[in-house]
Design a protein around this ligand. Structure first.
Ligand SMILES: [Zn+2]
Length: 160
């Protein structure tokens, strides 16, 4: 995470220096100005990351509080229809890193095999690994359970 932050700040720094000729300042002033802008930008990005990490922690906590309710609503894996057992996993339909929440409508139970093969992938990316028939069966099962089917996928929030 440190490297993209540094790269983004460095790019901004370069941009500011590229415009140096349009400002009525000495080279030293321009460099100091660019450094300050870079610092402010870096602080903003870090603040957003902190906010995002607080938000995602809240979503994981919320999901844990919803776990029993989500489990109680299902007897079979939503992806492959195998009966659920003690090794089943709770799955975020839209992963939290893609903006998914810990609300019941974003949580399903899946067998360990399906959950591990989904492995935090975007919902539609995971569905691409299935045949068209299986895709529509999964969608139907999700709809029946009242789940929210992602209509688009956000980029992971920790990428710049
Ligand atoms: Zn399964």
């Amino acid at each position: 995470m440190k490297i993209p932050l540094y790269d983004a700040t460095f790019k901004l720094f370069e941009q500011v220096l590229c415009c140096a000729s349009t400002f009525d300042r000495t080279p030293e002033e321009m460099v100091n100005y660019a450094i300050r802008i870079g610092e402010v930008f870096q602080e903003k990005v870090e603040e957003n990351l902190r906010k995002w990490s607080d938000w995602s922690k809240e979503q994981y906590l919320l999901a844990e509080r919803n776990r029993l309710l989500v489990r109680a609503a299902q007897t079979h894996c939503v992806y492959c229809e195998q009966p659920l057992d003690g090794t089943s996993h709770m799955d975020h339909i839209r992963p939290i890193k893609c903006g998914g929440t810990g609300e019941i409508t974003n949580l399903v139970y899946a067998c360990a095999k399906c959950n591990l093969s989904k492995n935090g992938q975007h919902f539609w990316k995971y569905l691409e690994t299935k045949t068209k028939t299986v895709q529509s069966q999964i969608i139907r099962r999700l709809q029946k359970l009242g789940k929210q089917i992602p209509i688009d996928e956000l980029e992971p929030a920790n990428q710049l």
